[in-house]
Design a protein around this ligand. Structure first.
Ligand code: SF4
Length: 133
Protein backbone atom coordinates (compact mmCIF):
# COMPACT_ATOMS: atom_id res chain seq x y z
CA UNK A 1 0.00 0.00 0.00
CA UNK A 2 1.22 3.50 -0.75
CA UNK A 3 -0.22 7.00 -0.55
CA UNK A 4 0.20 9.43 -3.44
CA UNK A 5 -0.23 13.17 -2.95
CA UNK A 6 -2.32 14.84 -5.64
CA UNK A 7 -4.90 17.58 -6.14
CA UNK A 8 -8.64 16.98 -5.99
CA UNK A 9 -9.99 17.52 -9.54
CA UNK A 10 -13.61 18.26 -8.66
CA UNK A 11 -13.50 22.04 -8.35
CA UNK A 12 -11.23 25.05 -8.53
CA UNK A 13 -10.37 25.03 -4.80
CA UNK A 14 -7.59 22.53 -5.47
CA UNK A 15 -7.55 20.71 -2.14
CA UNK A 16 -4.59 18.48 -1.38
CA UNK A 17 -5.50 14.81 -1.16
CA UNK A 18 -3.66 11.54 -0.68
CA UNK A 19 -4.90 8.65 -2.80
CA UNK A 20 -4.34 5.20 -1.32
CA UNK A 21 -3.09 2.66 -3.88
CA UNK A 22 -3.18 -1.08 -3.24
CA UNK A 23 -2.11 -3.65 -5.83
CA UNK A 24 -2.66 -1.28 -8.76
CA UNK A 25 -6.05 -0.02 -7.61
CA UNK A 26 -6.98 3.27 -5.96
CA UNK A 27 -8.88 2.32 -2.82
CA UNK A 28 -9.23 5.50 -0.77
CA UNK A 29 -8.80 9.25 -0.40
CA UNK A 30 -7.78 11.32 2.60
CA UNK A 31 -6.82 14.96 3.18
CA UNK A 32 -3.28 16.23 3.22
CA UNK A 33 -2.61 17.55 6.71
CA UNK A 34 -0.17 20.28 5.68
CA UNK A 35 -1.63 21.33 2.33
CA UNK A 36 -1.71 25.17 2.18
CA UNK A 37 -5.17 25.26 0.56
CA UNK A 38 -7.16 22.62 2.41
CA UNK A 39 -5.24 22.10 5.69
CA UNK A 40 -6.43 18.60 6.49
CA UNK A 41 -9.95 19.13 5.13
CA UNK A 42 -11.91 17.76 2.20
CA UNK A 43 -15.56 18.22 1.31
CA UNK A 44 -17.73 15.15 0.76
CA UNK A 45 -16.83 15.07 -2.94
CA UNK A 46 -13.14 14.99 -2.10
CA UNK A 47 -13.53 12.16 0.41
CA UNK A 48 -15.22 10.06 -2.29
CA UNK A 49 -13.24 11.15 -5.35
CA UNK A 50 -11.52 7.76 -5.71
CA UNK A 51 -14.82 5.92 -6.23
CA UNK A 52 -15.25 6.77 -9.91
CA UNK A 53 -11.82 5.50 -10.96
CA UNK A 54 -12.65 1.79 -11.07
CA UNK A 55 -16.45 2.12 -11.15
CA UNK A 56 -17.99 -0.42 -13.56
CA UNK A 57 -20.30 2.26 -15.05
CA UNK A 58 -17.39 4.53 -15.98
CA UNK A 59 -17.22 5.20 -19.73
CA UNK A 60 -13.73 4.32 -20.96
CA UNK A 61 -14.19 4.37 -24.75
CA UNK A 62 -16.18 6.40 -27.31
CA UNK A 63 -19.82 5.43 -27.75
CA UNK A 64 -22.13 6.31 -30.63
CA UNK A 65 -25.87 5.81 -30.87
CA UNK A 66 -26.61 3.42 -33.73
CA UNK A 67 -30.02 1.96 -34.31
CA UNK A 68 -31.20 3.36 -30.98
CA UNK A 69 -28.41 1.78 -28.93
CA UNK A 70 -25.05 3.08 -27.73
CA UNK A 71 -22.24 1.02 -29.23
CA UNK A 72 -18.45 1.27 -28.80
CA UNK A 73 -16.58 2.84 -31.74
CA UNK A 74 -12.97 3.73 -32.46
CA UNK A 75 -11.62 7.18 -31.60
CA UNK A 76 -11.10 7.80 -35.34
CA UNK A 77 -14.76 7.13 -36.08
CA UNK A 78 -16.00 9.19 -33.14
CA UNK A 79 -13.76 12.17 -33.95
CA UNK A 80 -14.55 12.09 -37.68
CA UNK A 81 -18.28 12.02 -36.96
CA UNK A 82 -18.01 14.82 -34.38
CA UNK A 83 -15.93 17.03 -36.67
CA UNK A 84 -18.36 16.49 -39.52
CA UNK A 85 -21.40 17.31 -37.40
CA UNK A 86 -19.75 20.42 -35.91
CA UNK A 87 -18.92 21.67 -39.40
CA UNK A 88 -22.48 20.99 -40.59
CA UNK A 89 -24.10 22.72 -37.60
CA UNK A 90 -21.72 25.68 -37.81
CA UNK A 91 -22.63 26.17 -41.47
CA UNK A 92 -26.37 25.79 -40.94
CA UNK A 93 -26.56 28.10 -37.90
CA UNK A 94 -23.78 30.59 -38.68
CA UNK A 95 -21.95 29.18 -35.61
CA UNK A 96 -24.80 30.12 -33.23
CA UNK A 97 -25.92 26.50 -32.86
CA UNK A 98 -22.69 25.35 -31.23
CA UNK A 99 -21.88 25.35 -27.52
CA UNK A 100 -19.07 23.65 -25.65
CA UNK A 101 -19.14 22.40 -22.06
CA UNK A 102 -15.86 21.74 -20.31
CA UNK A 103 -14.97 20.00 -17.06
CA UNK A 104 -13.54 20.84 -13.66
CA UNK A 105 -11.43 17.72 -14.03
CA UNK A 106 -9.37 19.47 -16.72
CA UNK A 107 -6.40 21.61 -15.81
CA UNK A 108 -6.47 25.39 -16.24
CA UNK A 109 -4.24 24.93 -19.27
CA UNK A 110 -6.62 22.40 -20.84
CA UNK A 111 -9.58 24.70 -20.22
CA UNK A 112 -7.66 27.59 -21.76
CA UNK A 113 -7.06 25.53 -24.90
CA UNK A 114 -10.70 24.43 -24.85
CA UNK A 115 -12.03 28.00 -24.95
CA UNK A 116 -9.49 28.86 -27.68
CA UNK A 117 -10.88 25.98 -29.74
CA UNK A 118 -14.39 27.34 -29.18
CA UNK A 119 -13.63 30.97 -29.95
CA UNK A 120 -10.88 30.79 -32.56
CA UNK A 121 -11.83 27.63 -34.47
CA UNK A 122 -15.57 27.12 -33.95
CA UNK A 123 -16.29 30.89 -33.78
CA UNK A 124 -18.56 30.71 -30.74
CA UNK A 125 -18.56 32.31 -27.31
CA UNK A 126 -20.96 29.62 -26.04
CA UNK A 127 -18.50 28.12 -23.56
CA UNK A 128 -19.40 26.88 -20.11
CA UNK A 129 -17.98 24.76 -17.34
CA UNK A 130 -19.36 22.39 -14.74
CA UNK A 131 -17.61 23.92 -11.72
CA UNK A 132 -20.08 26.34 -10.17
CA UNK A 133 -18.96 26.30 -6.54
S1 SF4 B 1 -14.43 19.28 -4.56
FE1 SF4 B 1 -14.20 19.56 -2.34
S2 SF4 B 1 -12.32 18.46 -1.81
FE2 SF4 B 1 -12.32 18.74 -4.05
S3 SF4 B 1 -11.15 20.63 -4.41
FE3 SF4 B 1 -13.33 21.19 -4.28
S4 SF4 B 1 -13.68 21.73 -2.09
FE4 SF4 B 1 -11.73 20.59 -2.21
Amino acid sequence: MRHVLTTCPYCGCGCGVYLREEEGRVTGAMPSRNHPVSRNNLCVKGWHLHEFIHHPARITEPLMRKGGALVPVSWDEALAFTAGELARIAKETAHRGIGLLSSAKCTNEENFLFQKLARAVLKTNNVDHCARL
